[in-house]
Design a protein around this ligand. Sequence first.
Ligand code: G6P
Length: 471
Amino acid sequence: STHVASARGAAQVLVASNRGPVSYEVQQDGSLRTRRGGGGLVSGLSAIGPDAGALWVCSALSDGDREAVRRGVGEDGVRMLPIPAEVHADAYNGVANSVLWFVHHMLYQTPLEPVFDADFWRQWENYTRYNRAFAEALADEAAEGAAVLVQDYHLTLVPGLLRKLRPDLRIGHFSHTPWAPVDYFRMLPDQVAREVLEGMLGADRLGFLTRRWADAFTVCCTELTGGLGDTEVGVHGLGADAEFLRARSHEADVEERITGLRAEIGAGPSGAARKTIVRVDRTELSKNIVRGLLAYRQLLDDRPEWRERVVHVAFAYPSRQDLAVYRDYTAEVQRLADEINSQYGTPGWTPVVLHVKDDFARSLAAYRLADVALVNPVRDGMNLVAKEVPVVSDEGCVLVLSREAGAYAELGEDALVVNPYDILGTANALHEALTMAPEERAERAKRLSAAATALPPSQWFLDQLTALTGS
Ligand code: G6P
């Protein structure tokens, strides 16, 4: 490494994450188009904006990103690291998304199990290299005594590595995922489990989305590393950005998409408006989209009175398509939606309106039209959709919510709570949601919306910064 330990950068506050706030696409004419990054981490952190004066260090992910780095152009306050492709593939697809993500979401099911073979150990080496690239960039950019907020499971080794390079820094790490129970976590090879925990314990302060995940982490440390040492653990339940969402969801492009969606939803017998059950997710195994569709089919099966009168608006946006399990899952979602449509559909009624092309304005349009929001992950750090829909929906929607989502800790009392594996239970909850009396629905929606916005992203970030720097 060419890093010089005595060098000091200028940034007082730094954020580090794999995915950054923007990405670039090379256009036909060679110019670069800017796109907003996806996922909960970016939605949460984006609200901070360049105004906060923070420097955001992230990976160059697309060809456009790498081109932007090459041309030396890009947004103010963002530094993209051009990590070599094979290093990034091993760190991101291999270790982070195939192993750490699966462990924390407890997604392994026979025959899908972790295989820690020679390939894995090469990936692990590249994960370490990738983490070191972040640590070195942060060490170069950070001013004396600066605060560094490292994000998520991609970067678990950064706090420990950075601590060695720059003992003067205040280092925080935040997990946007659940944390695995110790019996599941120790599925990782001992060396990896220890390095992950010790890497994170290099931070002054660790943040989690709920008490449940913080406690699971603490138990892992008690059992596997001899405790937390001097590292503090805090809980910060990221909320929805009410002001931004309310304004954005009334812009012209959203209104336009509402018209389009209304046409797709159509009208029921004698022209009555159809009820809508809305879901918006990355096409992600933990989001449990397939069981959501099975529950909807069960509803149509058990209660024929809903046929022609309800539409399931399901947006399942592509995610991590380099991984075969994600591609297979995407295909299964599509197949099942088609099957339900051919089984129950009529010339004037499409039971499942499935869209797979990412479109934020259309997501907001669906939120506004939602009578019921279905959020049924098998495990989820928080789930921001559960918090966004109640804020945006025009009529105050009913939330059907998995007890395994982090959001359950804050919204559980006013949502209809389901066990995400229980298809019949979920179908019954959908029926209950669709038939809830208007007064009860309005009351619950009001409380959901208040709870969902209690900790807006800017405050969430500031709280962590204050706790880290003690000022
Ligand atoms: C989750 C993770 C984030 C990640 C997002 C999108 O929310 O906690 O770190 O950015 O998923 O996934 P992707 O792999 O596309 O970045």
